[in-house]
Design a protein around this ligand. Structure first.
Ligand code: SAH
Length: 238
């Protein structure tokens, strides 16, 4: 999945962040990681934080410059925590995900910068587009792996790749079974005096609304019938 996305981390200082990025990728179906001059890699800290996604670290490629890491014939997108004064078209995260989805046959380099200094202007000049993830506060700088996670999640969502829904179809009660239950309920409520000629119509409607919300299954209708039967028994005895 997402074989056409190359996640590129430039000058990463903390090896733990590289591990967390691998995890942020793996859980959403991404696996291609490129590292440009990481301070420490391979690293036991990276391995520890990759939790279940160590294979991504094992296959990561390490480069000595961003230009070497960028796969050719690709669209390159730089992620920046700040609005930068570079003459690049910018996109929101949402727009990027939609763009990638609609241009699925292209391949993409998605580039993230150093934890403290971000991407340099030189790095950004190698990009075709710039993305800034909107944040609530003026402190717009996310943790590196959080930024990668938001990207991978957004693309995952946009492509609507969800785990298969639980397909166990419930054995819902038929409308005939429900109507029969409502008539039994009304009949008992008439006996108790809760339902009378005046409120009959409106209560019948409300009972339908209340119970229809519950999407009752056959078994549940049976339980409700059991309850009515026990009330009926008690009414007769008394
Ligand atoms: N002080 C640095 C922050 C670096 S955070 C700066 O101002 O650029 C490390 C990397 O995470 C950034 O280079 C960027 O690639 C990504 N990142 C963090 N917050 C981001 C945001 N709000 N939008 C886009 N990318 C972000």
């Amino acid at each position: 999945m997402f074989e056409n996305i190359n996640i590129v981390l430039v000058n990463t200082s903390h090896p733990g962040n590289i591990g967390s990025v691998a995890r942020a990728m793996g859980v959403m179906g991404f696996n291609k990681l490129s590292l440009v001059n990481p301070k420490e890699f391979p690293s036991s800290h990276a391995d520890a934080l990759s939790v279940g996604c160590k294979n991504i670290l094992d296959h990561a490629n390490v480069y000595n410059s961003l230009s070497n890491a960028l796969e050719k014939n690709m669209i390159t997108v730089g992620f920046s925590a700040r609005d930068r004064k570079v003459p690049l078209p910018s996109m929101s995260l949402d727009e990027l995900a939609t763009y990638i989805k609609s241009n699925n046959s292209y391949t993409y380099n998605i580039v993230f910068g150093n934890e403290r200094t971000g991407l340099t202007n030189d790095d950004l000049h190698q990009c075709d587009y710039l993305v800034n993830i909107e944040t609530h506060s003026t402190t717009s700088s996310l943790n590196l792996s959080a930024a990668v996670q938001l990207f991978t999640y957004q693309l995952f969502l946009t492509n609507n790749i969800k785990k298969k829904p639980n397909t166990s179809v419930k054995d819902l009660a038929t409308s005939k079974e429900r109507d029969y239950y409502y008539s039994e309920l009304i009949s008992i409520l008439e006996d108790t005096g809760f339902v009378n000629d005046k409120n009959y119509k409106s209560l019948l409607k409300k009972i339908h609304i209340i119970f229809n919300k519950a999407m009752l299954e056959k078994d549940e209708i049976n339980i409700l019938h059991g309850m009515l039967a026990s009330i009926r028994k008690k009414l007769i005895v008394d």
